[in-house]
Design a protein around this ligand. Structure first.
Ligand code: ADP
Ligand code: MG
Length: 226
């Protein structure tokens, strides 16, 4: 099944509003977390309950961080950067996690230097979101493989992130990218929403091919900087 994710303006405005709310929540949350840390340091008992409290607070923080990513693309200035170089940096950062989970990363970066007009941190975020999803799609105990392939295709840079994980059923593919849609117990359902926003703001496109039980490929296209 191959499907292009729809870029809808409506989604974008919902995202903007959510990001605005996230911004308002962040400061009071930081303050609450600080006080709770103080209380925990002074209390001797019920350690396991404190763990739950902080796990949940971290979860809220993760959601807020991802929501804030949605707001940023519009303010950023785009500059020409090497896509292969950005990928190298992301893989350096993600390789310990791959090793721990027995996942092989196959880096098929571009053979020539390909520049795209971008906000480097945002493109990194897209790579991180897609590659982490690929890791998480691989069932424990399975020999996982995640392949990242980048090549020039005319005036575009074509990027593929392919995994040999669980795959995505068709009815789920249709929901991908909707804010807060997740099938994971501890997911935020924001990774793809954020990625779509970033790709849209870089005048790119995103499509998905998946086969249940075999794996998934996310394909991105960005205009080449010339
Ligand atoms: P989260 O990872 O927090 O659940 P995402 O927006 O990153 O949120 O992904 C949304 C959902 O898309 C995931 O919960 C999962 O069901 C599905 N998904 C994304 N990438 C993959 C993949 N590579 N393989 C299988 N399912 C995926
Ligand atoms: Mg994710």
């Amino acid at each position: 099944t191959e499907q292009a994710l729809q870029f809808s303006e409506k989604l974008s405005s919902v995202g903007q509003m959510a990001a605005g709310i996230a911004h308002e929540i962040r400061n009071p949350l930081t303050s609450v977390k600080g006080f709770l840390q103080l209380f925990r340091a002074r209390s001797q008992d019920r350690r396991e309950l404190w763990d739950v409290v902080f796990e949940e607070i971290n979860r809220i923080e993760n959601i807020i961080t991802e929501l804030l990513m949605i707001a940023r693309p519009k303010q950023s200035t785009l500059v020409p950067r090497s896509i292969g170089h950005i990928l190298e940096q992301v893989l350096l950062f993600l390789s310990p996690q791959a090793m721990m989970n027995d996942i092989e990363i196959v880096n098929q970066g571009p053979e020539e230097e390909l520049l795209i007009n971008c906000d480097e941190n945002q493109i990194k975020q897209v790579f991180i979101n897609l590659i982490k999803n690929a890791f998480e799609a691989i069932p424990p105990g399975q020999a996982g493989r995640v392949r990242i392939h980048i090549t020039r295709s005319g005036d575009y840079v074509a990027i593929q992130v392919a995994d040999n994980g669980c795959g995505i059923p068709e009815e789920v593919i249709r929901k991908l990218g909707q804010p807060f849609f997740t099938t994971k117990e501890k997911g935020t359902g924001l990774g793809l929403t954020v990625s779509k926003e970033i790709i849209l703001n870089h005048h790119g496109s995103l499509s998905i091919t998946s086969e249940t039980g075999k794996g998934t490929t996310f394909a991105i296209c960005f205009p080449l900087h010339t």
